[in-house]
Ligand binder design. Structure first.
Ligand SMILES: Cc1ncc(C[n+]2csc(CCOP(=O)(O)OP(=O)(O)O)c2C)c(N)n1
Ligand SMILES: [Mg+2]
Length: 800
C-alpha cells in the first residue's frame, strides 16, 4: 500500500507525503530517545537526556530554518537537529556513547554529554567555512539559559550585515542579513537572569531572534508555580509585545501537540523575524516529557497520576497520529508501518554507532594485546594482565593504558623483548589520547595568537607625546579603518567613546554600527561578542570596569573560554574583551581579581599591559589571531604621557614574552600592570640602599613567559619576588608555580620566594585606602630589604 494513500482525500498527496515524512522523523527521534535510555541502563552510556515529548514543535520550527540560519539552544533539540539534517541517528548514538571521533560525533568528539549539539563551522585548518551557505548550530552548553547571551550576538550579526553597506561583499558570511538566529530554552530556565537580560536586549536592538520556549511545566521536579510568575512566560512577557507606535517583540503561543497550528505559527514567526528583523517569541505550551527529565531519576516521584495520564494523552506524537487519521492523511495501518520502520531504523543506527565505537576502542587495545601475547609465555604476570584486559566487558581506553603500564611495572628490572613494544604503544596512545581528550584548549590554526609575528614599535624624533588614552584611540581608529568586520561596543563606548575616551570621536567617524553604546548588561555584552565572533566579526566587547567582570565571568568561562575545546576545533569566537582595572579608588573601582580570572578563563589569553602603548601592541596582535582574549588596561594610566609609535596601526607585541624593565643582580621582581610603576619606584629606592633589582613585567599571564626568560633572571639573582594587587595566594601564587615548578626555578634560589600582594579585602574608598590596602613602594622596599638582609645582615642592618 502506498504510504500516501489517504482515507479521505482532503489533503493533497504531496502535502500528505511531507506530513508522513515529518511523522516518520518524529517517530525515529522518539525511538532514539527510548533506546537511548535503555542504553544507559544497560551500562553502555553514562548519562542520558532526551528530546522526547518535544518532537513535533521542533519539526515545525525546522521547516522555517533556512540555509545560513543559526541555532543556539539546549539539550532537548535532537529532533530539530535531525530535521535540518545536521544530526544523523548514528551521530546521535555516537554522542550518547561519547565516541571521541570527530567523524562519528562531529558536535564535540565525545567531549560533551548527549544532547549538546553543534555544527562544524571550521574546516580542518581552523578556517571559517562559508556559514551563509550552511545550516549552523552554535555549540550547546549545560548551564541553563547560557545559550541566551550568544544568541543575541548571532542575531545581531544579521542586523549589521543588512544595515552596514561596507559588509555587502561578505557573501560567505551573510546574504543581506537575511539569517535568523533561532533560540530554544526550557520553560524553567526562563527563570534565569540571563534569559531576561537577553530578551530585553533583543527588544532594544531589534534583531532577528526567533526564540522558542519548550514548556513542559517542569524544571526537573519543580513545577511552574515555583518558576514563573502567573505560570506563563508569554503572559508575563506580554509587555514586550510590539504595537503600532512601539517596537518590541511579536509573541505567539501554541500547543506543542498541535502539528498544524505549530507549522502555521512558525511560518508567521519566520516571516516577521526574517523580513522585518523583529524578535519573536514562540511559547510552545502543553509539552510533555514521556521519560522524565533524564536518566538520573523517574518522574513518577514528582508528577501526579493525573499529570502522568494527561502527558500520555497529550503526547505530541499520539496527537499528531490522531490528527492525521482524522484529516485523512493516512490510514492507521500506514502509520503503524511507519512506526515499525522507525523502530528498526533507530535500532540499526544504534547498532552501527555502537559497533563503530567499540571497534575504535578495540583496535587500539588489540594492538597492545598482540604485544602482550608475545611475552605471555615467558612472564606469567603478563599473561594475567592480558587475560584480565581481554575479559573486560565494554572496555574503555583507560583499561588498555592501565594494562600497558602495569605490564611495564611487572617487567621492571627484567629482560624482555616486549618492553620496547609496550613503551612505543604507550607513547603512541598518549599522543592519540592527548589529541582525543586534551587538545584545542586554544586555537591550533595558523592564526593562533602564539604564531602572530611581532613587529616592534617605531618612533620618529618628533613622535608626539600623548595621553595614554590617545595612544589607544589611534590604535582603535587604525583597526576600525583596516577591517570593516571590527566593531566595538559596551557601556558608554559609543557617544562619549568610553568612560576614559579610548574611542572618543570614533563613532562620528565610523558610525553607530561600528562603535556603539549598549545597555548596562555585562553578561549579554559578552554574549553579543561571542555570537558576532562566531559569525566572522572581530568584536571588541568592553566591560567598563574589571570589578564588573564578575557579571560576565560565568559566560566567559562556560561559553567563550571552552568553545574551541568543547567542539574539538569545530567552532571559534575570536572575541577581544577589553576592560580596565587594578588601581583607582574604592571597593568596586580598584579591583584586580586576577586569580579568579586565571582560574576560570583557561582557553582565553589574559593580557595585562602596563601602559597604553603595550595595550595597543596587544590589540594589534590579537586582531591578527583567532584566539579569544581578555585585555586589562590600567585604570590609572589613561592620562599618563606616552610617545605615539609611528606604526601604531601595525606594531604587534608577542604574547607570552615578558619584558625586563630594569636590569639588576640581586633580586628578580616579577610583576605586571599598574604595579610595574610601583615596583620601579621601590627599585629606585632599593638601588640607593645598595640593592640591585631586576624588574620584570610579565605582560601576559596566559600564556606566561613561554620562553622561560624569568628563569634566566633567577639563575642570575638567585632570589625572586612576585608582586601584584590580587589577594594573597591569588595570581602571585600562579606566577610562583610557573617559575618554581614549571620553569624549575627552585633549583637556583638562595632564599625562599616572596609574594607581595594586596590585603585580603578590596581597597576602601577613604583617602589613602589604596596605600594601606595595596602594595606600596615602602612595603616592597622593606620586603626586598629583608630578603637581602637574610644573606648579609652586616651589609643590611635592621631598619627597625
Ligand atoms: C545553571 C544551572 N542550574 C541548574 C542546572 C541543572 N538543571 C539541568 S536541566 C534543569 C531543569 C531545566 O528545566 P527546563 O528549562 O524547563 O527544561 P526541560 O528540561 O524541562 O526541557 C536543571 C535545574 C543547570 N544545568 N544549570
Ligand atoms: Mg521544562
Amino acid at each position: 500500500m502506498s504510504q500516501t494513500k489517504t482515507a479521505v482525500p482532503s489533503i493533497s498527496a504531496k502535502k500528505a507525503e511531507t506530513i508522513l515524512a515529518d511523522y516518520r522523523l518524529a517517530c525515529e527521534s522518539r525511538e532514539a530517545s527510548l533506546l537511548g535510555r535503555k542504553e544507559v541502563f544497560m551500562g553502555k552510556a553514562k548519562f542520558g537526556i532526551f528530546g522526547d515529548g518535544k518532537e513535533v514543535a521542533q519539526i515545525a520550527m525546522a521547516k522555517v530554518f533556512r540555509i545560513g540560519d543559526f541555532r543556539s539552544g539546549y539539550y532537548r533539540d535532537q529532533t530539530f537537529m535531525m530535521a535540518i539534517n545536521e544530526l544523523s541517528l548514528t551521530a546521535y548514538f555516537a554522542q550518547l556513547y561519547a565516541h571521541t571521533s570527530v567523524q562519528a560525533e562531529p558536535a564535540s568528539a565525545g567531549r560533551q554529554m548527549t544532547g549538546h549539539f553543534a555544527t562544524r563551522m571550521l574546516d580542518e585548518n581552523g578556517k571559517l567555512k562559508p556559514l551563509a551557505k550552511l545550516k549552523n548550530s552554535s555549540a550547546d552548553i549545560s548551564p541553563t539559559a547560557a545559550q541566551m547571551p550568544r544568541l543575541l550576538g548571532l542575531a545581531q550579526a544579521s542586523k549589521l550585515f543588512r544595515e552596514n553597506p561596507d559588509l555587502k561583499n561578505f557573501k560567505d558570511l551573510s546574504i543581506n542579513g537575511n539569517e535568523i538566529a533561532f533560540g530554544t530554552i526550557g520553560n524553567a530556565s526562563t527563570s534565569e537572569g540571563m534569559f531576561f537580560e537577553a530578551i530585553n536586549a533583543a527588544g532594544v536592538l531589534q534583531v532577528p531572534m526567533l526564540m522558542s520556549v519548550w514548556d513542559d511545566e517542569y524544571g526537573i521536579s519543580v513545577p511552574k508555580e515555583y518558576q514563573t510568575t502567573k505560570g506563563s512566560i508569554s503572559k508575563i512577557l506580554s509587555g514586550f509585545q510590539r504595537n503600532k507606535s512601539e517596537e518590541g517583540f511579536e509573541i505567539f503561543t501554541v500547543n506543542g501537540w498541535d502539528y498544524e497550528e505549530l507549522c502555521r505559527t512558525y511560518e508567521k514567526a519566520e516571516k516577521i523575524c526574517r523580513e522585518e528583523h523583529v524578535p519573536v517569541l514562540v511559547h510552545v505550551t502543553e509539552m510533555t516529557q514521556p521519560q522524565g527529565h533524564s536518566t538520573s531519576g523517574s518522574h513518577e516521584r514528582y508528577k501526579s497520576k493525573e499529570r502522568l495520564e494527561w502527558e500520555k494523552e497529550f503526547d505530541c506524537i499520539r496527537k499528531m497520529r490522531e490528527w492525521m487519521i482524522n484529516q485523512g492523511v493516512a490510514l492507521p495501518e500506514v502509520l503503524d508501518g511507519i512506526e515499525k520502520e522507525a523502530k528498526a531504523t533507530a535500532k540499526s543506527a544504534k547498532d552501527i554507532a555502537w559497533r563503530t565505537f567499540e571497534e575504535d576502542t578495540k583496535n587500539n587495545q588489540n594492538a597492545l594485546l598482540d604485544i602482550l601475547a608475545n611475552g605471555a609465555n615467558e612472564h606469567p604476570e603478563i599473561a594475567g594482565i592480558k587475560e584480565h584486559l581481554e575479559k573486560t566487558t565494554n572496555p574503555e581506553r583507560l583499561d588498555a593504558v592501565r594494562a600497558a603500564k602495569k605490564s611495564l611495572r611487572a617487567l621492571a628490572g627484567k629482560e624482555s623483548g616486549i618492553k620496547e613494544g609496550i613503551k612505543k604503544w604507550i607513547a603512541d596512545s598518549s599522543a592519540d589520547n592527548f589529541d582525543r581528550y586534551n587538545s584545542y584548549v586554544h586555537s591550533q590554526s595558523e592564526w593562533s595568537a602564539l604564531k602572530v609575528s611581532p613587529i616592534a614599535a617605531e618612533y620618529a624624533e618628533d613622535s608626539p607625546v600623548l595621553d595614554g588614552r590617545e595612544i589607544l584611540q589611534a590604535c582603535f581608529e587604525a583597526a576600525l579603518k583596516a577591517d570593516p568586520l571590527v566593531l566595538a561596543f559596551g557601556e558608554d563606548v559609543g557617544k562619549i567613546g568610553d568612560v576614559n575616551q579610548g574611542f572618543a570621536g570614533l563613532q562620528e567617524k565610523f558610525g553607530k554600527l561600528r562603535v556603539t553604546d549598549t545597555g548596562i548588561r555585562e553578561c549579554t555584552i559578552i554574549g553579543q561578542g561571542i555570537g558576532l565572533a562566531l559569525r566572522g566579526f572581530r568584536p571588541i566587547a568592553e566591560i567598563q570596569y574589571l570589578d564588573y567582570l564578575l557579571y560576565a565571568i560565568q559566560i566567559l568561562s562556560d561559553d567563550l573560554a571552552n568553545l574551541q575545546y568543547r567542539t574539538k576545533g569545530g567552532q571559534k569566537a575570536p572575541l577581544i574583551v577589553r576592560t580596565r582595572g587594578h588601581r583607582l579608588e574604592g571597593i568596586w573601582h580598584a579591583g584586580s581579581p586576577i586569580g579568579m580570572i586565571l582560574n576560570s578563563l583557561r582557553g582565553m589569553y589574559v593580557l595585562v599591559p602596563r601602559n597604553m602603548t603595550q595595550a595597543a601592541g596587544f590589540y594589534n596582535t590579537m586582531l591578527q589571531s583567532d584566539d579569544p582574549c581578555l585585555i586589562i588596561e590600567c585604570l590609572n594610566g589613561y592620562r599618563l604621557k606616552e610617545k605615539l609609535p609611528t606604526n601604531i596601526n601595525e606594531f604587534r607585541l608577542p604574547i607570552g614574552v615578558p619584558e625586563i624593565l630594569r636590569e639588576g643582580m640581586d633580586v628578580t621582581i616579577v610583576t605586571y600592570g599598574s604595579m610595574c610603576r610601583v615596583v620601579m619606584d621601590a627599585a629606585n629606592d632599593l638601588e640607593a640602599a645598595g640593592i640591585s633589582c631586576e624588574v620584570i613585567d610579565a605582560q601576559t599571564l596566559l600564556p606566561f613567559d613561554i620562553h622561560h626568560a624569568i628563569l634566566q633572571s633567577v639563575k642570575k639573582t638567585n632570589r625572586v619576588v612576585f608582586a601584584d594587587e590580587d589577594i594573597p595566594g591569588g595570581a602571585t601564587a600562579f606566577m610562583m608555580q610557573q617559575i618554581l615548578e614549571v620553569q624549575k626555578g627552585y633549583a637556583y634560589l638562595d632564599a625562599a620566594p616572596v609574594t607581595i600582594t594586596a590585603k585580603e579585602h578590596r581597597p576602601p574608598y577613604a583617602s589613602d585606602g589604596d596605600y594601606f590596602s595595596k602594595p606600596n613602594p615602602e612595603e616592597i622596599f622593606e620586603k626586598v630589604y629583608e630578603l637581602m638582609r637574610e644573606s648579609d645582615p652586616d651589609r643590611f642592618p635592621s631598619i627597625y
